[in-house]
Design a protein around this ligand. Sequence first.
Ligand code: ADQ
Length: 467
Amino acid sequence: MSRLIVVSNRVNPPSSDGEESVGGLAMALAASLREYSGVWFGWSGKTVDTFTGELNIEEIGGVTAATIDLEEIDLEEYYNGYANKTLWPLFHYRNDLAAFDRAYDKGYMRVNRRFAETLAPLIRPDDLIWVHDYHLIPLARELRSLGVKNRIGFFLHIPWPAHQVMINLPRHRQLVEAMFDYDLVGFQTGEYQQAFEEYVISEAEGAVMRPGCLKGFGRILEVGAFPIGIDAADFARMVKSSRARRMRDLMTACTVFRHLIVGVDRLDYSKGLEERFLGFEQFLQRNPDLRREVLMLQIAPVSREAVEAYQEIRARLDSLSGRINGEFADVDWAPFRWVNRNYRRDELAGIYGAARVGLVTPLRDGMNLVAKEYVAAQNPDDPGVLILSRFAGAARQMRDALLVNPNSPEEVADALRRALAMEKPERIRRWGALFDNVQREDVVGWRDEFVGALSGKSVKMRPALVV
Ligand code: ADQ
């Protein structure tokens, strides 16, 4: 029976239930590994003067974590550079923000090589290896060059862009060709899978041999769509926790006679925060009768502060939030609350639960787990309304949300008005369909489907321990 080795850039399992607030990817991977007791390999988050390749092995929150430290220059060129200044903006259709710098490219290849050299000795012949996200696209190629013959899968958590966007990347062919060293490549939606296939057909003499089987660069690759979900059972437990209830009561108490509209995102330009603020401003301008009936709370902890584009967007949002309150606030009331900190996951569950509207309007998003968390936190007898961007991968599954174009402040303002006016029977009907999907297509199903496809079986693997 196989062991599962998960590889991602950062290894940061939550250390205890509900306490930590880590990103969507980390939550999903921790949930995947807890049951399998597999190994999670990646960067420790620490830097050293000279790379040694020394492994740190720890048990964190039921997960075996095997990590390496990187050099400062690796961080600069690979993480802040190629991953977050080149691939992230490009794959989110922000070519204007993408930096194409040969040093980043080289740093990216170097770190992927370092990962491969440190990981290869740990691999046993029948291990399954599951690599995550855009930081590690060439990892399979590096492992293959070291003689690793195991089944290796790759899952992309962010969008795969359209062919015409992808070809902006210098040396795009090398990057995509490296994906053919995997056995299976998974995307969040069928749309991203199709965009990938179109690229391969146009640029690499490719052809779809049959659904899920793609030829390109003279080789064969299995591809598929595996929409990620939340850990629905764990979240349901969290919603009932005393901390969640306390937070919900607190939020309800500070919004008496008013409806809470909530947004929760990492502070990132892909999340459409500026456009969302403008949509809310437009709503206030066009609905003087509703002004005093709402409070919008936007929670957005800062991320990737070393990258200039992130410093700039923060400054613009600080100023925009000030402008909205300056324009509409009164001595006893302000319409907008802008909060830049992390919350415990159980506290977030309580905040979602108190909100009449969940406003999730990214400009581009691989999936978006906040939309699913918001739905999972609602009271079935009196649920709130989800407003969701058409450009989030989640919009493919969550058809009963109010779907909007996040670039249009008018559409966002209209959807807010409609959500606030929506009668209970319609809210219950829409929420029922959304909740059903969130429960059915959760992180456990995602993991089992991917690992089943990678292993060539759809059976669960033996829980395994490691190294
Ligand atoms: P992210 O871009 O991080 O993930 P998302 O899917 O929304 O985006 O996940 C964010 C997670 O962070 C959620 O679980 C949320 O609860 C948490 N979070 C956000 N703000 C928080 C705060 N203030 N305090 C505590 N927790 C907070 C990437 C892709 C997504 C994809 C996921 C998973 O960009 O499209 O859905 O991976 O594949």
